[in-house]
Design a binder for this molecule. Structure first.
Ligand SMILES: [Zn+2]
Ligand SMILES: [Zn+2]
Length: 156
């Protein structure tokens, strides 16, 4: 599958690693070889979707979720061209995990108030208690995997 994708996208590097990730700065897709036979092949197509669409940056977490949806749409087209079908359940599970992550990120770690992110800034601030916080950004990488500790909001 890596060979097939490399032929379609000769300018993109495919590197084995710990998780599935698209890095726009070095035009590299990282993949986890031990997961490629299972759900990993869908993740690989998804990251390739980001690469084909040229996703680089996003201003807000909300926009990130939108780019995630687009990457899955592209991944489905790509799968079809390779004679594969991506499970719709899998896609929805992945998108749910992003929405879930977005929800957690936007919850104030001090008072629990749900807030919205300021435009063009990666930091959140609480209108109730004025706390400002940030979580480690994980652009175009899966936010977390099942069974791994979830990222915590860190106060600034
Ligand atoms: Zn607060
Ligand atoms: Zn993605």
């Amino acid at each position: 599958m890596i060979d097939q994708l490399s032929k379609i996208l000769p300018d993109i590097k495919f590197t084995p690693g710990e998780q599935f990730c698209w890095s726009p700065s070095d035009q590299t897709i990282t993949y986890a070889p031990d997961q490629i036979e299972a759900d990993g092949r869908w993740a690989l197509l998804h990251e390739t979707g980001h690469a084909i669409l040229g996703h680089k940056t996003y201003k807000t977490d909300y926009e990130l979720v939108r780019l995630e949806v687009e990457a899955w749409e592209k991944a489905k087209e790509l799968a079809a061209s390779l004679g594969l079908t991506i499970s719709e359940d899998h896609v929805q599970q992945c998108l749910d995990s992003y929405r879930d992550w977005l929800h957690r990120r936007s919850t104030c770690p001090t008072c629990g108030t749900k807030t919205i992110q300021k435009d063009t800034s990666s930091a959140y601030s609480c209108f109730n208690c004025h706390a400002v916080w940030q979580v480690s950004s994980s652009r175009f990488c899966r936010a977390y995997r099942k069974g791994q500790p979830k990222p915590q909001n860190v106060l600034l």
